[in-house]
Design a binder for this molecule. Structure first.
Ligand code: SF4
Length: 371
């Protein structure tokens, strides 16, 4: 079976960019009336020609989300285990070239942080770490997961890419979700922004969701770092990637995150800033193309914008997040990965969700269902 890397070779970045730019009003109208939009329809939906149809797209996205998910927003929290990293991603505060305070939580400390989140109400946790395979080892991860398992019905990971067998071991230990952002689907740009370290291998990273699917991860999370390049083309490849995974690993649910570049140590600024209106266009287009995909919004975004997106297709949100290891239970002094824009407590976020007529769900409902 060809991996997504092989499959995606038939779609040239420049050709897709041209196709999107050349879309006309008639293409958008056709896409809007399609029950099952094609990739060509998706290209029309993210095109400049679709911008006057944003209201209509938002309504479609709202209707589809309500039909497939009901009025429910699941809440989760990231738990940063380590900010040690051997990579040099130019946009990240954990970049190995940055002189910052580094910290790796011991398994006991990780369990204390997790217990704090448990007391806040969370039952779905996302373990995050930089790429430091000699520090965040398989036995370290197994120890952390074993300690967290009794309190959390869903444990996801956002770590460095691994082999299928390593993912299988994590699934057996109780991990049910893999989050791995490609950052950019543009191979040339990828090389520029990932100049050194294991992460500079574009193919290895692009094939990671394949390995997660083969290992039996129940949820596979994708994302492109919005602001690195043309969001319309990144959106096209994200949709293509999600469609490919759903066809090949049909037991897994696909989720999509919308990480918009935020200031971080190192002074990197987004070369292609993405406006709020364009974020909404991308979200609505993805919802129309992938009606069953979970859509995730983090605390990188401002409170008002997060609240406004709740009815438009978002199904999962983080709340009360800290992006420095140890940050929930103490002033760790360790470097944070990026600036948080929504500092509201989880309970306040849950209240806002309820005020908007949605249910805030702390426990991953389908993990409970499967059990
Ligand atoms: S984005 Fe991830 S891999 Fe890159 S420097 Fe930051 S923590 Fe390391």
């Amino acid at each position: 079976m060809p991996s997504f890397y092989d499959y995606s070779k038939q779609f040239a970045w420049d050709g897709i960019e041209k196709q999107i730019r050349q879309a006309r009003q008639a293409d958008v109208e056709k896409a809007l009336s399609a029950d099952h939009p094609t990739m060509a329809d998706f290209a029309a939906l993210v095109s400049p020609a679709a911008e006057p149809f944003l209201e209509q797209m938002a309504q479609r996205a709202h209707g589809l989300t309500e039909q497939r998910f009901g009025r429910v927003i699941s809440l989760f929290a990231p738990l940063y285990l380590s900010n040690v990293c051997t990579n040099r991603c130019v946009y990240c505060g954990f970049n190995a070239g940055n002189i910052v305070d580094r910290l790796t939580l011991s398994p006991e400390e990780a369990a204390q942080e997790a217990h704090y989140l448990y007391q806040e109400g969370f039952r779905h946790i996302l373990l995050v770490a930089g790429e430091a395979p000699k520090i965040v080892t398989p036995s370290y991860l197994a120890d952390v997961i074993k300690r967290l398992r009794p309190e959390f019905s869903s444990i996801s990971i956002e770590l460095f890419p691994m082999e299928t067998l390593a993912y299988k071991a994590l699934v057996d230990a109780g991990v049910d979700g893999l989050v791995i952002f490609q950052e950019t689907y543009n191979e040339k740009l990828y090389a520029k922004v990932h100049p050194a370290g294991y992460k500079s291998n574009f193919k290895w990273r692009l094939e990671t969701p394949d390995r997660g699917g083969a290992a039996g991860m129940r949820r596979i999370g994708l994302g492109a770092l919005l602001g690195l390049s043309d969001w319309r083309v990144e959106g096209f490849f994200l949709a293509l990637h999600a469609q490919y995974l759903l066809r090949h690993y049909w037991r897994s649910q696909v989720t999509i995150s919308f990480p918009r570049l935020q200031p971080a140590t190192g002074g990197f600024h987004a070369p292609y800033p993405v406006s709020d209106a364009h974020m909404v266009q991308l979200l609505a287009a993805l919802r129309m193309f992938l009606p069953d995909a979970g859509m995730i919004l983090s605390t990188r975004e401002k409170p008002e914008f997060r609240d406004a997106l709740i009815p438009l297709g978002i199904t999962i949100m983080s709340a009360g997040s800290k992006t420095d290891p140890g940050g929930y239970t103490r002033e760790s002094g360790a470097e944070a990965q990026f600036e948080i824009a929504d500092h509201r407590s989880p309970e306040v976020v849950a209240d806002i969700i309820r005020q908007k007529g949605f249910e805030a769900v702390w426990k991953d409902w389908d993990a409970a269902f499967l059990q």
